[in-house]
Ligand binder design. Sequence first.
Ligand SMILES: C[S@@+](CC[C@H](N)C(=O)[O-])C[C@H]1O[C@@H](n2cnc3c(N)ncnc32)[C@H](O)[C@@H]1O
Length: 284
Amino acid sequence: MTPLRLCKVLYSEFAAKTEQERIPETDLVMTDAEAVEAFASAGNGTGIMSPFYQFALEQIAQALPLAGTVVDLGCGNGALLLPLAELYPMLRFVGVDLSENMLAMAEKERVRRQLKNVSFLKENFTQLSSIADRSIDFVYCSMALHHLPTIANLNETYREVGRVLTPQGGFFFVDFGRLRSDRAIRLFVNDAAKGTPTVLLRDYDASMRAAFSLNEWRKALQSLSGRNPKLMTTFGAPFIVGALCSHLTSQKLVPQALKASRSRLSLRYFFDYLALRFLFKLCR
Ligand SMILES: C[S@@+](CC[C@H](N)C(=O)[O-])C[C@H]1O[C@@H](n2cnc3c(N)ncnc32)[C@H](O)[C@@H]1O
């Protein structure tokens, strides 16, 4: 996004008097083959999701434990799960998703990369019935919570996360936050328009409207308050919202291989990555 457009977003958000209503996604699970394909291509080095993935991978990498089991809720095609599993062979990774199409793509890529430390579960992440209490060392979830139909489902998910985590377990959730103004959403969608397939732009717009607001995140996180989650958001406009609880003995560093992939981002997306890195801060 150009600095001028970013200023317009910030102005629209500061000027907005009321919060927009949430409009839940029509697709709870991503099953439509065209949408799944478009989403997967958005994550490659030149796609619209690439700056976000670079940012999210770095955040998660620093918070991962040194050993144990990590669960990715709504893992999709494995855009985060598979690179992380490759970087951390000493950790066991479990990807949870309800979409067969997504899981099939992820499994194909797991085989291609010859990863032995990854498995998948076709399960609803609001009820992780096949995962035992206190058996998981780290849980993360990227861009999946906004698919939940209701706030009650968001609460259920956080309760499940609290149940499956070990007492010292950590987590990282990151997703769109609901912007206060319709104009700001349109500015983001227009910014992405060039070179982005229509199906993806529609999904982008719908995802931002289905996102939970910062206040909704804050309230829902109370079920995990015993773990002292840190709420974060992009400065001035809750475009991206996250919650982090880091393991005492976490990795703490971004591995060199991950730093190197910053240079593969196009100039436009490198700016977006930097903006995310510097604007995503603790929320008071
Ligand atoms: C937008 S994709 C994000 C995928 C991946 N986390 C990423 O960042 O690339 C959201 C994924 O969450 C899955 N999903 C949504 N709601 C779910 C639920 N309640 N249980 C399991 N998976 C769910 C969808 O099927 C989809 O694959």
